[in-house]
Design a binder for this molecule. Structure first.
Ligand SMILES: C[S@@+](CC[C@H](N)C(=O)[O-])C[C@H]1O[C@@H](n2cnc3c(N)ncnc32)[C@H](O)[C@@H]1O
Length: 280
């Protein structure tokens, strides 16, 4: 069930529980805020009972009380609409994709650039390029590389276009990366969330050339062993999980498989990128 629908049903369950308590006469006379707090508590308990991820407990606890408080402020309707519009432009389809906006930091960019081959042209695609935080810094470090970003949310995309206006080797497109072929790129970089990783791996092995690389910041592919891991060494303890696309004969079919390749020291050093994986 989509998380937004699940959250809505849990909130409705909280309302129903408070309604039943009130009908049964066990509740004293309560203010609207007190009733909302009780509803929040009921919804949070339902959420825990259904084993929702932990952060949902806080969201359910606070949702209705915050609505009651917000209504009490009596702010003009256009203010709420503006706030909603601004958030929608930034987060766009996050409620569906479960991939919010957060940005790769500079240390990650430097680590990635250092791991990739020091010379030679290279084509890199950032799927979900956000505000361009990775690509813009990478373009300055490696002006010889061809960099592409694809982003679905209008506000981060517009900002990235403006920030990259003086970087001709950087191509930014607005769109859905699931509709964009990964063929022809030496490296596909992803900084998404745990949710799409299985599907992304299947798309990568279907479309990418053998010997090219899928690099995922922070989120490993479930059931697949990375060929190499780059420890970024930032405050978050980020790890870049690097998967080399197998040759046609070795491709797993269906779900990603666990394989026996070593992790840590790379059996496929980045020089493998210079093998004739992709026409340049
Ligand atoms: C965590 S941010 C990463 C931003 C950037 N890659 C970076 O490293 O700084 C993920 C981005 O992916 C975008 N996104 C999520 N699903 C997408 C899709 N199907 N197509 C294009 N962009 C998507 C989100 O809007 C968000 O901006």
């Amino acid at each position: 069930m989509p998380p937004a629908l699940r959250a809505l049903l849990i909130q409705i369950a909280g309302v129903a529980l408070v309604f039943l308590l009130a009908r049964s006469g066990v509740l004293p006379a309560l203010s609207a805020l007190e009733l909302a707090c009780l509803q929040g508590l009921a919804a949070a308990l339902v959420s825990i009972g259904l084993r929702s991820p932990r952060w949902w407990t806080a969201i359910h606890l606070g949702f209705m009380p915050l609505i009651v408080l917000a209504v009490g402020i009596k702010a003009p309707a256009w203010l709420w609409l503006t706030g909603f519009g601004a958030l929608a432009l930034v987060y766009w389809s996050s409620f569906r994709t479960q991939v919010p906006l957060f940005l790769s930091n500079r240390v990650t960019v430097h680590k990635l650039a250092a791991w990739l081959p020091a010379d030679g042209a290279l084509k890199l695609l950032d799927i979900g390029s956000g505000t361009g935080s990775l690509l813009i810094h990478l373009a300055r470090l490696r002006p010889d590389w061809t960099l592409t970003g694809i982003e679905t949310a209008p506000a981060p995309y517009a900002l990235s276009r403006w920030l990259a206006r003086k970087l001709p080797q950087l191509r930014l497109v607005r769109g859905d990366f699931w509709q964009h072929s990964l063929n022809g790129y030496d490296v596909v970089y992803a900084f998404l969330s745990p949710v799409p990783m299985g599907d992304l791996w299947r798309k990568a092995i279907r479309e990418m050339q053998p010997g090219s690389w899928l690099v995922s910041n922070s989120f490993a592919v479930p059931g697949a062993t990375p060929d190499h891991k780059v420890e970024v060494g930032d405050a978050r303890g980020s790890i870049l999980y690097c998967y080399r696309i197998p040759g046609r004969a070795n491709r797993p079919s269906g779900t990603p498989r666990a394989d026996s390749r070593a992790v840590g020291a790379s059996p496929h050093p980045p020089e493998a990128l210079l093998l004739p994986a992709v026409d340049r």
